[in-house]
Write a protein that binds this ligand. Structure first.
Ligand SMILES: [Mg+2]
Length: 234
């Protein structure tokens, strides 16, 4: 099966944003009287859409109105992104070397994407093919966003491959009829990531950009590497 389109998740795959996001949300929750640690916030909130995160606050954390918490966390998050956000290690080089077409599919809203991915050179590597769950009716794990990507780039779903670090993203890819690779950040503090991603339907998992590059090179049926610069004769 020839894969023609690579669909990258943003947070936790392209950009090393999840620890920053968990830290700022934990601080805002603590100020609202919810004593969750950064690692607990990381475990429970990572990969959720904004709507789902608000639902979790109402249903499980006893916050009738979580909006002020998210507003505070968002303000702090963007300030921290502008100070310290980095690409996931090795991902810039990988993205520039892939032979397939590529796009971004994120459960984040466009404002957050512009104020995170948009700070980095990676934005220009993908623009205009940067798609947010805001653009569809249902976020991941629904297939909507992935099908939007396939449609916009004119590639059949079965020729798309999703790279995502959340079980919700992998499940959405499977629901869209796409293959998926589960990405594990080497620095992720959560245990059981490989098992969770495989259980959600990933073909395989990789740890870090180095393993991902090897997995992508091994995909069958690809054209030869696109015109790499010729080595000058010496
Ligand atoms: Mg993610």
């Amino acid at each position: 099966m020839t894969i023609e389109l690579l669909i990258f998740d943003c947070d936790g795959v392209l950009i090393d944003s999840e620890p920053v996001a968990s830290g700022t949300l934990a601080q805002a929750l603590q100020r609202a009287g919810v004593p969750l640690s950064q690692s607990e916030v990381h475990r429970r909130f990572t990969g959720l859409s904004g709507q789902e995160a608000r639902g979790l606050c109402r249903a499980e954390l006893g916050l009738a109105d979580p909006e002020p918490v998210f507003a505070e966390a968002k303000g702090a998050l963007f300030a921290e992104f502008s100070r310290s956000l980095r690409p996931m290690a090795g991902m810039e080089e990988l993205v520039r070397n892939v032979r397939q077409r590529k796009c971004v599919a994120s459960n984040s809203d466009m404002d957050r994407l512009r104020r995170s991915l948009g700070l980095l050179d990676l934005w220009a590597d993908f623009a205009p093919h940067i798609y947010s769950a805001e653009m569809v009716e249902r976020p991941k794990p629904a297939p909507d966003l992935f099908l939007l990507c396939a449609g916009r780039l004119g590639v059949a779903p079965h020729r798309c491959l999703v790279i995502d670090d959340s079980a919700l993203g992998i499940a959405g890819a499977v629901a869209a009829g796409m293959a998926a690779i589960g990405f594990v950040d080497p620095a992720d503090p959560r245990s059981g990531r490989h098992e969770a991603l495989m259980a959600a339907g990933a073909l395989r998992t990789v740890t870090g950009a180095g393993e991902l590059a090897i997995a992508l090179e091994a995909l069958p049926g690809l054209p030869p590497p696109a015109s790499r610069p010729a080595v000058a004769a010496g």
